[in-house]
Design a protein around this ligand. Structure first.
Ligand SMILES: [Zn+2]
Length: 151
């Protein structure tokens, strides 16, 4: 399962009762995108909640794809967001805190840790491939990306 399948909406029950509509806990589930992030229910949310829901929509659901919000861009952007937090030196617990503050989302720190570990391993493999392929500049670029994640 991708990490985006393990990102959940905080205060889920409270939001369901404010919107008077049910939607799944998973932030990237199709029905959550439709009901919470694209729906007409925004006006029913309290101010603090609405701001964060809007921030999420603006930061991750702003593409022009025909299939928006089900095109996959949101998931890709969210992975980049997680990696950027890691590059800033944050560990899994701090990353979970930040996504709560920014977007009212949560994840289990263990899931975030596995995601970061997998990303590092993927980059290691890419670096080795580039080196074998006789592309030292590419290998160097990948090494730099990886080192930013593990420092
Ligand atoms: Zn898109």
């Amino acid at each position: 399962m991708a990490i985006t399948d393990k990102i959940y909406v905080k205060n889920h029950q409270q939001l369901v009762s404010q919107l008077e509509r049910s939607f799944p806990k998973g932030a990237f589930k199709g029905a959550t995108m439709d009901v919470l992030y694209q729906g007409e229910g925004l006006s029913k949310l309290n101010d603090a909640t609405r701001d964060r829901v809007l921030d999420f929509a603006e930061d991750f659901l702003d593409c022009d794809c025909e299939a928006n919000p089900h095109c996959g861009c949101a998931e890709r952007k969210f992975l980049r967001y997680l990696l950027e937090l890691r590059e800033q030196g944050l560990g899994p617990d701090a990353i979970v805190d930040v996504m709560g503050d920014d977007y009212m989302l949560y994840a289990y720190p263990g899931d975030v840790l596995s995601f970061l570990d997998n990303s590092v391993r993927t980059l290691e493999a890419a670096e080795a491939l580039a080196a074998v392929d006789g592309k030292p500049a590419a290998a160097e670029d990948v090494r730099e990306l990886r080192q930013n994640l593990v420092r």
